[in-house]
Ligand binder design. Structure first.
Ligand SMILES: C[S@@+](CC[C@H](N)C(=O)[O-])C[C@H]1O[C@@H](n2cnc3c(N)ncnc32)[C@H](O)[C@@H]1O
Length: 203
């Protein structure tokens, strides 16, 4: 059974408010103005309010409750599997927020390789950095990791492993290299990673 956080948008909102505080305010300058923004695994479109209102935002997700909630609020969000490229649309920016740690390494690679095909300017990854504590090898970290995996179970993917800081960095580097991306930038802000992968100009 999925975690209570994924049963209703308000439960999710309540949970992540404590984890993010104002951490997402850095997204607005990262995304920029007047961009077409597409978010695979968008939930109910929480991210929309952290980007400029001049941007055109849309997304896909497989949580029916989240999608219906978003649609009632006129958000351009529909049901769709992020691992199927047929559900994507070409956009200036593709955001992958709070999704990588839910996926297996193979699914991360698939997701990212699809995103690269559909992003005109850049892919922006947002990942929690505080979860790296759960990757430490002591009893408290292990117990916390188990608890977090239950609380963060989205009903679709079992969380296999929490990554350490080194593993996150090597994952970002790996995604960059395996997709021939020339330039990327990693920022840490309020205990989150914000990674910008810039699409090569001559593709
Ligand atoms: C932790 S939430 C993040 C939601 C949103 N990106 C945010 O930052 O608020 C992860 C979301 O990924 C969705 N998801 C997981 N696997 C998916 C898949 N294969 N296809 C579509 N959505 C998926 C879940 O339904 C859930 O809404």
């Amino acid at each position: 059974m999925k975690s209570i956080m994924f049963m209703h948008p308000l439960m999710y909102e309540f949970g992540v408010r404590f984890l993010y505080f104002d951490g997402l305010k850095i997204l607005k300058p990262i995304i920029g103005e007047e961009k077409e923004v597409f978010e695979p695994a968008c939930g109910y479109g929480r991210i929309k309010r952290f980007i400029s209102s001049t941007c055109k935002y849309s997304g896909i997700d497989l949580n029916e409750r989240f999608v219906n909630y978003a649609r009632r609020r006129n958000r351009d969000i529909r049901m769709g599997n992020i691992l199927d490229s047929k559900n994507y649309k070409e956009s200036d920016v593709i955001i992958l927020s709070d999704i990588l740690h839910h996926l297996s390494r193979e699914d991360i690679r698939t997701l990212f390789s699809i995103a690269v095909r559909f992003a005109r300017e850049k892919i922006v990854i947002v990942e929690p950095e505080f979860v790296t504590y759960a990757a430490k090898k002591n009893t408290l970290s292990r117990a916390l990791g188990k608890f977090m995996a239950v609380m963060d179970y989205d009903g679709i993917n079992e969380i296999e492993k929490w990554l350490s800081d080194e593993e996150y960095k090597s994952l970002f580097y790996d995604l960059k290299e395996s997709n021939n991306i020339e330039k990327f930038e990693i920022k840490k802000f309020r205990r989150h990673y914000f990674v910008e992968m810039f699409m090569n100009e001559n593709r």
